[in-house]
Design a protein around this ligand. Structure first.
Ligand SMILES: *[C@@H]1O[C@H](CO)[C@@H](O)[C@H](O)[C@H]1NC(C)=O
Ligand SMILES: *[C@@H]1O[C@H](CO)[C@@H](O)[C@H](O)[C@H]1NC(C)=O
Length: 375
């Protein structure tokens, strides 16, 4: 009985379609429209693949850069009293990254350092949920218009990746809204290829950071790079553009980031890290990674200094604060201090749980909050 009913129903539907030309035409149009979308999608995947595999070649050779770096340091010695640890030779074996196509404007990368530890992955998943709520770019916004953008999203992994870990990251990325994914020119997964033995908080995060500053992992034409740890969360939409716009100023900078914004127990912090810690620019910052900008300072000045005082293994984002504690450095500092800037676009609020909504209202100029658990 039931079966017969089914057959009758199908026949009725069919005959209605054939005998109704308007309905028939409409369905044909829907099918054609669907086909077009499907083809467009395939073509865009093909174009992305081609772009990915045959991206732009590096503009400047490493040899040229090293020469450039040497000239820069020489010019400085002529005008500044340079402390003896400043050198262009000690770290000249480091292969520096190529600057971005002759200009330093715009955010070329968002780099997310990923350690495959459960606690880190939970933080990453939690943050990415807020990307869906607050898309990195919006229609009509600038400079990253959806589908027309120059920023690459890089997941930077600590050690060599297993196939399962790679799939996990890819799945995380593909589970993001289309609204989010189209704000990036491409997504890539890279490995700093580090040894698990050095994976402690200070040493490990400095080594990760150096894989970028040294150009070892080969980011494509890095310019301004936002270092975004898994516990950095966007609290309002269009945050990618806010970060990008702040790079497009006439005055170039080396590092732009947040000072300590959380309620502090000053005494404990000063005891543990020294007074300069209270003024450090937190690591979740924008770095000018063109080789002759921040990396030159990092390898020619900062690291040699840390070596002389035995602090090579301090946390990477406190290096500058340690450097500034030494009165001997002031003569050099007065020529370069303007390259380091504080911003309210990013807030470092370590260990504070918070309501995203309340923070967004309270701080209209803030887009990214680092630390704590968003509710
Ligand atoms: C994006 O990159 C292209 C090619 O380098 C450049 O012509 C264009 O101006 C860039 N767009 C923005 C908004 O920076
Ligand atoms: C913050 O939230 C986490 C997880 O929701 C919780 O485990 C932790 O105790 C909270 N911390 C504070 C200081 O409230």
């Amino acid at each position: 009985m039931h079966k017969i009913y089914n057959i009758q129903y199908t026949q009725r539907t069919h005959s209605r379609l054939v005998s109704n030309p308007i309905m028939y035409g409409r369905i044909t149009r829907y099918v054609l429209f669907g086909l077009c979308i499907w083809m467009g999608y395939k073509i865009s995947i093909f174009v992305q693949l081609v772009r990915h595999n045959y991206g732009s070649p590096q503009a400047v050779s490493t040899a040229k850069l090293v020469t450039l770096l040497k000239t820069l340091t020489l010019t400085e010695t002529a005008t500044v009293t340079v402390p003896s640890y400043i050198t262009s030779t000690a770290y000249s074996t480091v292969t520096l990254a190529s600057p971005g196509n002759g200009h330093n404007h715009g955010l070329s990368h968002i780099v997310i350092p990923v350690a495959f530890k459960p606690s880190q992955l939970i933080k990453l998943e939690r943050s990415l949920k807020w990307w869906d709520v607050h898309p990195p770019c919006l229609d009509g916004s600038w400079p990253n218009r959806p589908g027309e953008t120059n920023t690459t999203l890089t997941f930077l992994c600590y050690g060599r990746l297993t196939a399962g870990q790679r799939t996990k990251l890819q799945d995380l990325y593909w589970s993001l809204n289309w609204q989010v994914r189209r704000c990036f020119q491409e997504m890539e997964i890279r490995s700093a290829d580090l040894d698990d033995a050095s994976d402690n908080h200070n040493k490990g995060s400095r080594a990760m950071f150096e894989s970028i500053t040294s150009g070892n992992i080969g980011l494509k034409s890095p310019r301004y790079v936002f270092w975004m740890e898994p516990d950095a969360v966007p609290i309002r939409p269009d945050w990618l553009n806010a970060l990008d716009r702040t790079c497009r100023t006439d005055e170039k900078f080396w590092v732009k980031g947040s000072t300590l914004r959380h309620d502090l127990n000053r005494q404990v912090l000063v005891q543990r890290y020294g007074q300069s810690f209270l003024y450090h620019i937190n690591g979740n910052a924008i770095y000018n990674m063109a080789a002759d900008e921040y990396p030159a300072f990092y390898y020619n000045t900062l690291l040699p200094y840390l070596d002389t005082i035995g602090k090579r293994h301090s946390h990477f984002d406190t290096s500058l604060a340690i450097y500034l504690q030494d009165i001997e450095n002031v003569d050099h500092w007065r020529h370069i201090g303007h390259h380091f800037q504080y911003t309210e676009l990013i807030q470092n609020r370590w260990g504070e749980n918070y309501s995203v909504h309340e923070r967004a209202i309270k701080y209209p100029n803030t887009y990214i909050i680092h630390g704590g658990v968003p509710q």
